[in-house]
Design a protein around this ligand. Sequence first.
Ligand SMILES: Cc1ncc(COP(=O)(O)O)c(C=O)c1O
Length: 395
Amino acid sequence: MVFLFGEVFDLMRFSKLAVEFTGEQHPLYALLGRLKQQKQEVTDLVKGNVGEMGAVFPAELLDEILLSASRKASLYSPDPYGQPKARKAIVDFYAPLEFREEQILLSPGSSISYFYCFKVLADPGDEILCPQPSYPLLEYIAQLSDLRLRSYRLAEEQDWSIDFEDLESKINKRTKAIVLISPHNPSGAVLDDAEIRRLVELANKYHLPIISDEVFSEFVYDSNFSRPASFRPELLFTLNGLSKSFALPGMKISWIVVSGEEKACRQALGSLEMISDTFLPVNEIAQFALAEIFEKGKEFQRSYKNMLQECRQIAIQALDGLSFALPKGGFYLALKIEAEEETMALKLLEAERILVHPGYFYEMDGNHLIMTFIQERKRLEDAMQRLKKHLNSSA
Ligand SMILES: Cc1ncc(COP(=O)(O)O)c(C=O)c1O
């Protein structure tokens, strides 16, 4: 590799990771920047920011909850696991599963929960098994933790279910955990009981912990949602939070539930406590607000789920005739296309002012366009129809 003078200087001053993280802007985003400068209106089908698309936790209700929470938080009394009342509300959320408050630790976001789990489970150079495709954040978290992500295949031909042979073939002595994302981002796959049972059997066979990312668990369509916690894994970290479930990413409050064999859980929780205590736990006001958000936010959550159901239906109808697995959960879908995916994503942005991602952003093989169906309904319908027309006309 040839380094220019400036690059050598940067490498002397900064870590390799810091230099790598600030790479060049992708052409899609360079084009988006130009269009925005020209004040062109672009329909963003990747952002997944539910608030911008109309799912906003009612402001007055949030004011009321936060005011009362800030009073409760006025005397600082931190607990590295999180305030007991918040943990009790989380225990109730999982009923009829019988978790205990002592199994729960609050964190400032599910991405950070991943980081905590990685630190507890693996040493530098160890491997974490992660589904391919997957949303790109995991790669960064693994790099920050000095770990290697090793991909196991989700089989598109079987609606993105786990390819268990591939998964087992990727296990080696450096493997420290299996990440499961269900509902999955971006394929929309949701594991059924048989798959979860098989995964748990495999994990137990190799004594591997499972990290179960369930941040989209409230958005499962046309089927029930099952959690690995019901299937007795030896060691399980269940991740979730308020960012998706109540459309409150800015609250920065998530949790990890540790379950499984008692001795392993004790060790895991002790280490998580130490990490949480090092950074000091989650914002206290958010912690005191959590129970009330669950309680008083139910009506909002119902309408938010209805909105997503409708959006999903609009997308499915508008894209009828094209090739994609019906999203069983989450906010995203992956459209299989004939044309080269990056060229098509650029063309759609240039010609139709529609922003979608090429599949390789998510390590998806073949040609795909990845899109969310969270969007204002009329706009979604219009954008999806234009997208379909564009794809058909360039076929
Ligand atoms: C599958 C998945 N897990 C975790 C996260 C991160 O969640 P949080 O906002 O709580 O950090 C995301 C964010 O989009 C996600 O898509």
